[in-house]
Design a protein around this ligand. Structure first.
Ligand code: 13P
Length: 250
């Protein structure tokens, strides 16, 4: 019922030349994908990525967006600017932005609303740190982040929302949450959404897992009933690896 979505997050990687090479290599490998395919690139590579992916089944996303429509925000990029480039998706509230760039639940909420109003689809991230998990606060932290991200939302605002559950301890570490751990927390996140916004919203909401997802572990994770996709960092930088994740069902 929920169409799987596999998205790459390149983070601060790839020049325009590398972007063109990688996407050209990737397109034939994922042309028959059974899921929605998204690649999120640095702002500087977006125009090249949109051009390279034109006419294909690969959609292009950004990795952040500012919440204001325009104004004195040196160095920032608005949702309208992304839409103009042909960008369809945007990642919001990634843990690296929370950790290094003072992102808060409030700014995640503001960015998500600005992105949706401009017609972008959003991948809104949540996830606990190792210390939070070890203190037994996994559910509390994810609940706070989810309710914060969607503060003031009504059911109809979820049409273009995807959630990405990314336990911080699993990002870039090679340590993946077990299939069961990931499924349990994603299920918990869905229950939080159901309680606040209703079962319909929760049943339709796609929730990705992210954190060291790769060609080897994708099948097990995607077989879990609560997990609707993946947000892939390291393994999205290489066309062959990313195509294997995308074609997890093949
Ligand atoms: P890795 O796949 O490199 O662990 O990164 C996950 C991630 O942060 C995707 O947004």
């Amino acid at each position: 019922m929920r169409k799987p979505i596999i998205a790459g997050n390149w983070k601060m990687n790839k020049t325009n030349a590398e972007t063109k090479t990688m996407i050209t290599e990737l397109l034939p490998l994922v042309a028959n994908a059974d899921c929605e395919v998204v690649l999120c690139t640095p702002f500087t590579a977006l125009a090249t990525a949109v051009e390279a992916a034109k006419g294909s089944n690969v959609k292009i996303g950004a990795e952040n967006v500012h919440f204001a429509k325009s104004g004195a925000y040196t160095g920032e990029i608005s949702a309208e600017m992304l839409v103009e480039l042909g960008v369809e998706y945007v990642i919001i509230g990634h843990s690296e932005r929370r950790q290094y760039f003072a992102e808060t639940d409030t700014t995640v909420n503001q960015r998500t609303i600005a992105a949706l109003e401009a017609g972008l689809k959003t991948m809104v991230c949540c996830g606990e740190t190792l210390a939070e998990r070890e203190a037994g606060n996994t559910e509390k932290v994810n609940e706070r982040q989810i309710l914060g991200a969607f503060e003031g939302f009504t059911a109809d605002m979820f049409a273009n929302v995807v959630v990405a559950y990314e336990p911080v301890w699993a990002i870039g570490t090679g340590v993946t949450a077990t299939d069961e751990e990931a499924n349990a927390t994603v299920g918990y996140i869905r229950s939080v959404v159901a309680k606040r916004f209703g079962n319909d919203v929760a049943d339709r909401l796609r929730i990705q897992y992210g954190g060291s997802m790769n060609p080897k572990n994708v099948k097990g994770l995607m077989a879990k009933p609560e997990i609707d996709g993946g947000l892939i960092g390291g393994a999205s930088l290489n066309a062959e690896d990313f195509s294997k994740v995308v074609n997890f069902n093949a």
